[in-house]
Design a protein around this ligand. Structure first.
Ligand code: FAD
Length: 406
């Protein structure tokens, strides 16, 4: 039979690690399996990319007891400013209008990863296997059997539930034959931390340009996190620019709202694509995070969406556990899939729609979208909808995202 656990989580990215925290501190036996060494310096997904955490994600982290470790290392967003380069459209969202202390918070993936790893280390009922890999799995009746490769040896596990948090290239999704819809955006995001000669005043800028969206997110110490989308064919050339030429290009694309661009840190490139899985569950198996939806980073939605998957999964599993039901049973997993379907669809369509709409050069479409942006500023119901979506508060929310206990 091998070793036993309640929940086997494959993938220790930000989403898998968040789920391990949620279920671990609620008292379940959790085993998390990560292919890379599980330290802040060696886990490649705990990198320098900045993550705009929606207000709903702040609530989830607070509910998981993680916010106190994060709050001194994140920068609050007070205003979001969206504009269309070279055209008249712009819109703003302010925290005062939404009645919240912050619309969201910016942290690096590394900061989030560090807080998650520290919390996991405190939980005796969470077992971390890394570097380790899932080799195969088999669902038989009320258990799932998994073969793991740990330190070059095969170790067998049985669990009540297996969760695939193994990212965009999910091998579990592939082995299950779950179909995906994919779109290559032909765009690459170049990220770097930059400094400018004017303070950011906690404003997050999203500027649509003809090569793709460009975001400057406020960070601690008056730095800004740049997410600069370029056509993939030009990405190597932009990465090869020296710092002065790179800063000059940013200046030309972004303008002077933050004054002059003074300095840039190291640059990293991420090719962008959309991936949506057709299903998020099978008997005894659930998919969460990038394994179900990998999005364009426009409007910073991917991890926020994945964290709501975590909150929903933790909720249905813990409800079953408290009521003495099978935590990997079909009712539990169907509940999870049902709870997440609308949000996953809405956010994927929203980000994909934004990217496509703003890459249209046709004048009537440009006029329509810019008029729409201005109208958003004057139409309270539309603005409220936009605000709720941006803050991760639209649709049916899991308890943690509503600020309630798990
Ligand atoms: C440039 C950029 C900017 C972004 N900005 C934002 C933002 O502002 N806000 C936001 O919400 N989101 C943002 N995102 C999205 C966010 O980064 C992702 O949605 C999130 O990191 C996905 O996490 P994950 O854990 O689902 O997947 P991953 O990070 O891909 O983790 C999957 C893990 O599974 C492991 N694994 C895979 N297969 C196996 C196996 N067989 N056995 C064991 N382990 C395995 C991998 O090693 C990996 O560690 C951004 C993304 C990019 C590219």
């Amino acid at each position: 039979m091998g070793r036993e656990t309640d929940v086997l989580i494959i993938g220790g990215g930000l989403v898998g690690a968040s789920l391990a925290c949620a279920l671990g501190q609620a008292g379940l036996r959790v085993t998390i399996v990560e292919a890379s060494p599980f330290t802040v310096d060696q886990q490649p997904n705990y990198d320098e990319r900045s993550i705009a955490l929606a207000q709903g994600s702040q609530r989830i982290f607070a509910g998981l007891g993680l916010w106190s470790a994060l709050q001194d290392h994140v920068c609050p967003i007070h205003t979001i400013h969206v504009s269309d380069r070279g055209h008249f459209g712009f819109t703003r969202l302010r925290r005062e209008e939404e009645g919240v202390p912050a619309l969201g918070y910016v942290a690096t993936a590394r900061t989030l990863g560090k807080a998650l790893l520290e919390r996991l280390a405190e939980l005796d009922n969470v077992e971390v296997l890394a570097p380790a890999q899932l080799v195969d799995f088999l669902v038989t009746g009320d258990i799932v059997q998994a073969g793991l490769l740990v330190d070059g040896k095969t170790v067998d596990y049985t669990a009540k539930l297996l969760v695939a948090a193994d990212g965009a290239q999910s091998s579990i999704r592939e082995q299950l034959g779950i179909k995906t819809t994919q779109r290559d955006y032909g765009q690459t995001a170049i990220i770097a931390n930059v400094s400018t000669d004017r303070p950011h005043h906690n404003v997050a800028y999203e500027r649509f340009t003809d090569s793709g969206p460009m975001a400057l997110l406020p960070m601690t110490e008056q730095r800004s996190a740049l997410v600069y989308t370029v056509r993939t064919a030009q990405a190597d050339a932009v990465m090869a620019l020296d710092d002065a030429a790179f800063l000059a290009q940013l200046q030309e694309r972004f303008g002077y709202r933050l004054g002059r661009f003074l300095k840039t840190g190291q640059r990293y490139a991420y090719p962008l694509f959309l991936l949506r899985a057709g299903e998020s569950m099978r008997p005894r198996l659930a998919l969460i995070g990038n394994a179900v939806h990998t999005l364009h980073p426009v409007a910073g939605q991917g991890f926020n969406l994945g964290l709501r998957d975590v909150a929903a999964m933790a909720e249905v599993v813990m409800d079953a556990q408290r009521n003495g039901r099978d935590i990997g049973g079909s009712m539990v997993l169907e509940n999870y899939a049902e709870m997440r379907k609308a949000d996953q669809r809405r956010v994927a369509l929203f980000t994909d729609g934004m990217v496509r709409l703003f890459s249209q050069p046709l004048p009537p479409l440009v006029w329509l979208r810019d008029t729409g942006m201005l109208a958003l500023d004057f139409c309270p119901p539309a603005k409220r909808w936009f605000g709720r979506l941006t803050m991760g508060r639209s649709g049916r929310l899991p308890r943690l995202a509503r600020g309630l206990e798990l």
